[in-house]
Design a protein around this ligand. Structure first.
Ligand SMILES: O=C1O[C@H](COP(=O)(O)O)[C@@H](O)[C@H](O)[C@H]1O
Length: 259
């Protein structure tokens, strides 16, 4: 492990990770609300929603800085699988089950931006990607007339092969320069059909964090920090493109969390 790297925060347990992740997300929220009155973030699936829920559903100290103001949040998906929203592979369902459905009413309700449920069955997920890009354009370009959307925060996972979002090692999508959202039709990890934010969008966010829980992520994180060995890995490409604004939260242990 590349210890001592300023962007790497390593914790002995997922409880400690969740505490620090909460501070980081809420600092992002405070800056975003000061910038434009809303907090626009993109979240991943996989192991992320569980640890994010642990972080955000913890008891607040009562100050505005330590309170998620969910009614001002717009939550997008860093990637999504081309399956119905209630399917067990759906990142939307995962986030809903782990976090959104458990948010206490007094904290407000976030606006969630799922993929278009009427186009789930399309053979080619490109239609889904196009529709999701249009959703992003309504939220970002219409208000800020931007060429690339700037999420306030993107929370990423990192697979054991170094993939992040649905950007897989060696796939042509890694070279995408124009689209904000792209379709993956042949994911090596099931299900094969997905949509994903592209690298230019991921690296353009104000804040970017990888959240990796469990000792099983240690080897791939080592590769990602070792530029020579890992430079073509999608997660390493995010780090190279994002300068100093990315960080990694890694816990060696996966804790048990009960609400
Ligand atoms: O397939 C996916 O995998 C990655 C990594 O998942 P993890 O379980 O290793 O954390 C995830 O970030 C992505 O959103 C998901 O679609």
């Amino acid at each position: 492990m590349a210890t001592g790297h300023p962007n790497l925060h390593s914790f002995a347990s997922s409880d400690e990770l969740a505490t620090q992740l909460r501070s980081y997300v809420l600092r992002s929220q405070t800056s975003a609300l000061a910038r434009h009155g809303t907090f626009r973030l993109a979240v991943s699936g996989g192991s992320l929603p569980t640890v994010l829920a642990k972080a955000l559903l913890a008891t607040s100290n009562g100050s505005p800085e330590d309170t998620p103001q969910f009614s001002k949040w717009h939550i997008f998906f860093a990637d999504e699988r081309a399956v119905p929203l209630d399917h067990e592979d759906s990142n939307y369902r995962l986030l809903n089950d782990e976090l959104v459905s458990k948010i206490p009413a007094e904290l407000g309700t976030p606006v969630i931006h799922p993929i278009d449920k009427d186009h789930i069955e399309d053979d080619d997920p490109q239609e889904l990607a196009d529709l999701y890009q249009e959703d992003l354009m309504r939220e970002f370009a219409a208000k800020d007339s931007v060429k690339v959307p700037a999420f306030d925060l993107i929370l990423l996972g990192c697979g054991p092969d170094g993939h992040t979002c649905s950007l897989f090692p060696g796939h042509a999508l890694l070279r995408e320069k124009d689209a904000w959202v792209a379709a993956e039709t042949n994911s090596p990890k099931p299900p094969p059909k997905r949509i994903t934010l592209t690298l230019p969008v991921v690296t353009h966010a104000f804040n970017i964090a990888f959240v990796a829980t469990g000792a099983g992520k240690k080897d791939i994180l080592k590769q990602i920090f070792d530029l020579e060995e890992g430079s073509s890995l999608p997660s390493a490409l995010v780090n190279q493109g994002a300068g100093d604004k990315w960080m990694v939260f890694h816990s060696l242990a996966v804790g048990v969390f009960e609400v």
